[in-house]
Design a protein around this ligand. Structure first.
Ligand code: OAD
Length: 230
């Protein structure tokens, strides 16, 4: 089976009602990254950091996967599909995709500040100061903050190298190192980038840019790929 790798960003979930970060009115217009999404913020004002992720977890409970997430699941009938997402929501999972790597962590999980491998589910509930892991460590959001290592980067790069087709969906390609994964694809990989306001991408020969929202562009591309593969 041919291997399709999907690299998704915040635009993938925009039509579900989750704010992107860098569009007008996006999350980073309303919040200062350095106040809510860095290890320094956590050390200085953990209550505010917890409130930010509690708010996002509660919002996630209220939304549903959109037609883009759902269309991607159909690809699994004809292709080997790997999803690498920068998103911390669980909408790919809830749509039914099976093979998902979260590069920047997951809202529905928390982990110990004593041991980063001690991860537990929290679902859509609030996390408070004083909520401890059985190892005694305060629990923190299972999110990769700015300034932290991206533990799954090597795995993501390895997966991308084996892609026959790469779909990049709804990302401004501004956040390193996720933005560099496209350069791991082999020279004969077909690359599609679906975004209504795509970032300039240089040096990729088989790139096709589709200026559409995910909810329209993804189902249309999935339909094309499936019919070409019959
Ligand atoms: P951005 O907010 O930077 O970019 C969102 C992209 O989605 C833009 O290119 C928009 O044009 C596009 N977009 C908006 N609506 C769309 C729609 N309906 N369909 C498709 N695309 C749409 O989000 P990311 O690139 O995902 O990291 O940001 C990367 C990382 O920066 C995030 O994972 C997050 C953030 O800071 C952390 O918090 C660690």
């Amino acid at each position: 089976m041919r291997h399709i790798v999907v690299l998704s960003g915040a635009g993938m979930s925009a039509e579900s009602g989750i704010s992107t970060f860098r569009d007008n009115g996006g999350l980073w217009d309303k919040y200062d990254i350095s106040e809510v999404a860095t290890p320094e913020a956590w050390a200085r004002q953990p209550e505010l950091v917890l409130e930010f992720y509690n708010m996002r977890r509660a919002a996630l409970a209220e939304v549903e996967p959109n037609s883009g997430h759902l269309a991607l699941t159909q690809l699994e009938e004809h292709f080997d599909v790997s999803i690498i997402t920068q998103n911390v929501d669980d909408l790919h999972e809830r749509a039914g995709s099976r093979n998902i790597l979260h590069l920047h962590g997951e809202l529905t999980k928390v982990r110990s500040t004593k041991n980063e491998d001690h991860i537990q589910d929290i679902g859509y509930q609030n996390l408070k100061l004083g909520d401890k892991c059985p190892d005694g460590g305060q629990l923190r959001p299972h999110i990769v903050w700015f300034g932290e290592e991206v533990p799954k980067l090597m795995e993501a790069a390895q997966i991308t190298r084996t892609a026959d087709i790469l779909l990049i969906i709804g990302t401004s390609m501004q956040v390193y190192p996720a933005s560099q994964l496209i350069y791991e694809a082999s020279p004969n990989c077909e690359v599609y980038y679906i975004d209504p306001d795509p970032a300039p991408v240089y040096g990729i020969s088989n790139l096709k840019v589709i200026k559409e929202k995910a909810g329209i562009g993804v189902p249309a591309l999935v339909h094309n790929l499936m019919s070409k593969n019959q």
